[in-house]
Ligand binder design. Structure first.
Ligand SMILES: Cc1cc2nc3c(=O)[nH]c(=O)nc-3n(C[C@H](O)[C@H](O)[C@H](O)COP(=O)(O)O)c2cc1C
Length: 350
């Protein structure tokens, strides 16, 4: 690959290269089959509420991009599909947009009636980094306005920052900064593929945030993404680090179970690929699931391709609900399930 712009590189890499560790942790969560469900598939109510907004089924497309010219098409394709299907979406880090770099690649989503819009800033931008200044309140307000966000996601991406060249590795003070923001704006916290532990969920509880997207390990690994960038520029140290940290993190289903301690609404993401995974996530305690990489190729193609992909996930979810005898999301959240394989080993060892 040739190195262009960081945001464009991320899309190219995630589209074309292997960026997941390879083990599917969501397949470890098995729902117990109900041979006599006694409900009609057409009567199943998949709707749910997240952050006070009604979604037609419990899925959002999580933060992917913004800040380069190609992102206009990607975000508008995702927004169009999410609006048509009645589900939520997030935009990628708005650092570029608030500095005037392709703001239209974020604000384009205002053209669509997306029921839940999630803005995005990085926790590293909320504290002082080498040679830089932290975002102030007005910058975050601008990020909210740029997309008309219903809630602002603060992303935790220290795995990425530590493996990328000149990453923003100052992490002290992030919790207080998030607490400060949450006093003024509706804020949620998300990881970016390495998961939230019980300890972190406990430390996030009570600082005024509205929810957590656990974004656990098993799907997109930013260590893998940065590995591909490092290889392309012959950066030996970063290539080695990217390889070493490729499967760093807490498996997504394990992270979801850990984060339940927060008592906050949880979004389950990190390696979600199909409707059974969404059902499994709800049964494990998620209010909603999230996908990024699963719709990336489609998002680069067309709104219709994204809509088709999300429709498959929706219909798989409906099938899983019928086969567990779940008439609505509340009953799905009580569906019997087992946790096997590597996820079980993790749970037993924690
Ligand atoms: C190309 C790409 C870019 C991303 N950029 C961001 C970002 O700017 N901000 C953020 O919070 N998460 C970002 N993410 C992380 C996703 O929102 C998500 O947490 C992570 O990819 C795990 O989900 P997945 O396994 O379904 O891809 C990005 C993911 C991808 C694939």
């Amino acid at each position: 690959m040739s190195i262009k712009n960081r945001k464009a590189d991320h899309i190219e890499i995630c589209k074309n290269e292997r960026t997941a560790p390879g083990y599917c942790y969501w397949d470890d969560v098995r729902l117990v089959h109900n041979a006599l469900p006694e409900i009609d598939a057409d009567d199943i109510d998949m709707s749910c509420e997240l952050f006070g907004k009604k979604l037609s089924f419990p899925l959002i497309v999580t933060a992917i991009t913004g800040g380069f010219d190609g992102a206009v098409k990607i975000n508008s394709n995702i927004a169009s599909a999410c609006a048509d299907l009645g589900i939520g979406m997030g935009v990628g880090s708005e650092r570029a947009g608030v500095s005037g770099v392709h703001p239209e690649s974020y604000s384009v989503i205002k053209d669509f009636d997306v029921p839940l819009v999630i803005g995005n800033v990085g926790a590293p931008q909320l504290v002082r980094q080498k040679g830089g200044v932290a975002f102030d309140r007005d910058t975050v307000a601008k990020a909210i306005e740029l997309v008309d966000a219903d809630v602002m996601a603060v992303h935790l991406n220290f795995l990425q920052e530590v493996v990328q060249p000149e990453g923003d590795t100052n992490a002290a003070g992030c919790r207080d900064a998030i607490r400060g923001l949450a006093r003024e704006f509706p804020v949620m916290v998300k990881e970016t593929g390495a998961g939230i532990s019980k300890d972190v969920a406990t430390r996030l509880k009570g600082i005024g945030i509205k929810g957590i997207d656990v974004a656990g390990m098993g799907g997109t690994s930013f260590s893998a993404v940065e590995l591909h960038r490092a290889v392309a520029v012959d950066d030996e140290v970063r290539s080695a680090m990217g390889e070493t940290f490729l499967d760093w993190g807490i498996p997504a289903p394990v992270s979801l179970m850990e984060a339940r301690v927060s008592g906050l609404p949880l979004i389950a993401s990190g390696g979600i690929l199909d409707g059974i995974h969404v059902a499994a996530a709800v049964a494990l305690g998620a209010s909603c699931a999230g996908v990024a990489n699963a719709v990336l190729r489609e998002a680069c193609e067309s709104a219709d391709a994204v809509k088709r992909k999300l429709t498959i996930i929706m219909e798989e979810l409906r099938a899983a609900m019928l086969l567990t005898g779940s008439k609505d999301i509340d009953s799905l959240s009580k569906a019997r399930h087992v946790v096997l394989g590597e996820s079980r080993k993790w749970m037993e060892s924690l």
